[in-house]
Design a protein around this ligand. Structure first.
Ligand code: FES
Length: 160
């Protein structure tokens, strides 16, 4: 079923974003952020096609962005996202224990798969740019540094 994009409630915000760029296609990343927030934290193939039509690009262009950038979800995702950095500095400072704690606390079977109750999605991420404060995680877009498994469990318990 084709999706009309943008829906009326996003039209003004989308036009405002597109107006910032010299060409429509350059607005793809912020438009995809907006779409993901609006459509339950993921971009379905129908929304992907709607965004492509809106930006005047091919579906493959949008698909390429969705699959290249780890912050986008092209499959159903949980309401809360837990990004655990797995790059070297964080790895050496305990990222594996953080990932194990995140999976155990959220009920996610593995990274990249939402929990059965739809509340959480744990993602393996590459460097989050906070190496000097490792290990680092993001919970719903907020960075947390020098994180311990216990502190991460408390953060996750506070998610609705
Ligand atoms: S290695 Fe984890 S934030 Fe850079």
């Amino acid at each position: 079923m084709p999706v009309e994009f943008p829906p009326p409630e996003l039209r003004a915000a989308c036009e405002e974003i597109v107006a910032r760029y010299p060409v429509r296609s350059a607005a793809a990343l912020p438009i995809l952020h907006l779409a993901q927030r609006h459509y339950d934290n993921w971009i379905s193939p129908e929304v992907e096609a709607g965004v492509a039509r809106y930006l005047g690009v091919g579906d493959a262009h949008v698909r390429g962005l969705l699959t290249f950038y780890a912050m986008y979800n092209h499959r159903p995702a949980g309401r809360h996202e837990v990004w655990v950095c797995r790059t070297l500095t964080c790895w050496l400072r305990g990222a594996a224990a953080l990932k194990a704690a995140a999976l155990a606390r959220t009920g996610c079977a593995r990274a990249g798969e939402p929990s059965a109750d739809g509340r959480f999605l744990v993602k393996d991420m590459e460097c989050l740019g906070l190496c000097e404060l490792a290990p680092a995680v993001f919970v719903d877009g907020t960075p947390h540094t020098h994180v311990t498994p216990e502190a991460l469990a408390r953060l996750l318990d506070a998610c609705e």
